[in-house]
Design a protein around this ligand. Structure first.
Ligand SMILES: Nc1ncnc2c1ncn2[C@@H]1O[C@H](COP(=O)(O)OP(=O)(O)OP(=O)(O)O)[C@@H](O)[C@H]1O
Ligand SMILES: [Mg+2]
Length: 426
């Protein structure tokens, strides 16, 4: 049967199915039995109809319709595929995915805008949020921890759009990061040691460069005895530490009230006796309070920022602080940044789809009016192999970090030859 005919027949059967289903009753019986009951109904409808499905078509029909009734419709098969890292629905007809770092368009579509809206509703209502004309943008997350953003008309011009960021089978562990050649063993060792020794780290990178993933991985090095509070707009971090409290912002309600922003959560978290605070991504006013926290006893706190170079990351922070405190002298802000943050890690998505830590820099203070920063490790790109793979080298600079002393004081030891090895990537 042609795809279009199949889809049309499926729509008809779906409509019949919905008209016969007692959703309220269905919600009272357990998952497996409910699925079985619905499957039986589908078979009956197919048998009563005159459309000749072959065995494979019947199976697909059954699977698709179960996904519609119990799950997220056409998105379900994509969510089951753990190789897919992003699911991007531009509109009802255009669905893209990212696999192994590269985008591809899929040949799937939603019946109409209403169908897509229904699925978006199902996702956001599950986390107590909503999306409608008065709140046409929303962040949410799926049960598996995937981050979801939905934006609908009138802001999205061609119908509802949905972006889902997946996190594979759980956070990447250090071994996989090494296997993916995202970082060299020496760089990894240095960063993990810095985390143990409560040296504050800022992770910088562009969209989808791997900031959150790196933050997750580095958090594993936080000693178990420490208490961590995480603050996010849409909870994505998956920390395995024993003493963690996760906080998430809240959108305003229909009357425009009740919003809770990152800054408010941060101020509250200071009364919760945190050893470290982790902000998923600093975007605005909370930058100021985060720097203050880092300067006043919450060393070892971490956050990410959207920026293209370590320098750029510092200016982004600076403008966030300046925007919240209009009358702060520039120098004060820079001093605050320089004393709060010691390491800036830059991550980047390469043309071959891999993510790499392209720079580890150390901030050493303020000179005149400029923040002093030097590179400790960099990834130098040399070219692209015929296979499309990026070729280059993870390289230590000739400068030894000043924070080595801090490591020592904290009793964290490093291999002596950590700054002697470059790692070729080819
Ligand atoms: N080192 C890596 N190797 C392979 N895949 C990675 C790596 N780091 C991240 N990814 C994958 O890339 C995608 C984007 O990662 P992540 O969410 O950490 O990026 P981000 O910079 O936080 O993005 P955003 O700006 O959207 O918050 C995820 O699907 C993640 O699993
Ligand atoms: Mg992120």
């Amino acid at each position: 049967m042609e795809l279009l005919n199949f889809e049309n027949a499926k729509t008809d059967i779906h409509r019949l199915l919905i008209s016969q289903l007692d959703l309220e009753k269905l919600s009272r019986i357990d998952g497996e039995r409910a699925r079985h009951a619905v499957s039986t109904m589908i078979q009956q409808i197919v048998a009563a109809g005159r459309v000749p499905f072959n065995a494979a078509e019947k199976e697909k029909l059954n699977g698709d319709l179960l996904d519609e009734v119990f799950g997220l419709g056409p998105l379900e098969p994509l969510l089951r595929d753990h190789d897919i890292s992003d699911i991007l629905v531009n509109n009802k007809n255009d669905v893209f995915i990212e696999r192994q770092g590269l985008l591809e368009k899929l040949n799937i579509s939603f019946r109409d805008d209403a169908h897509l809206m229904q699925i978006i509703d199902r996702i956001v209502s599950a986390v107590g949020r909503r999306v409608d004309e008065s709140t046409p943008m929303v962040d949410a997350r799926l049960a598996d921890g995937s981050r979801v953003n939905a934006i609908i008309p009138p802001l999205a011009l061609d119908g509802p759009a949905l972006s889902i960021r997946r996190f594979g089978r759980g956070p990447l562990d250090p071994d996989s990061m090494l296997a993916f050649k995202s970082i060299s063993p020496e760089m990894l060792e240095l960063l993990c040691a810095a985390v143990k020794a409560r040296i504050s780290i800022l992770i910088s990178g562009g969209t989808g460069a791997g900031k959150t993933t790196l933050l997750n991985m580095l958090s594993r090095s936080i000693p178990d005895r420490e208490r961590i509070i995480t603050i996010e707009d849409a909870a994505e971090l998956q920390l395995s530490n024993p003493n963690v409290i996760r906080l998430e912002t809240r959108m305003p309600n229909v009357e425009g009230q009740g919003a809770v922003r990152q800054r408010q959560l941060l101020i509250n978290s200071l009364r919760m006796r945190p050893d470290r605070i982790i902000i998923g991504e600093v975007r605005g006013e909370e930058a100021f309070d985060m720097l203050q926290a880092m300067n006043t006893g919450h060393e070892g706190s971490m956050c990410t920022v959207h920026a293209n170079t370590p320098r750029d990351a510092l200016s982004r922070l600076e403008s966030m602080v300046a925007m919240t405190n209009l009358n702060f002298p520039e120098k004060t802000v820079r001093l605050q940044i320089a004393s709060a943050i010691t390491i800036v890690v830059q991550v980047s998505r390469m043309s071959d789809g891999t993510r790499k830590v392209v720079n580890i820099s150390e901030i050493t203070g303020l000179d005149e009016n400029v923040i002093n920063m030097h590179e400790i490790f960099t990834f130098k790109k040399k070219g692209i192999a015929p296979s499309g793979k990026v070729v280059g080298v993870f390289q230590p600079s000739s400068i030894r970090p000043r924070f080595m002393e801090q490591l020592q004081v904290a009793g964290v030891s490093l291999r002596g030859d950590i700054f002697d090895h470059a790692m070729e990537v080819n």
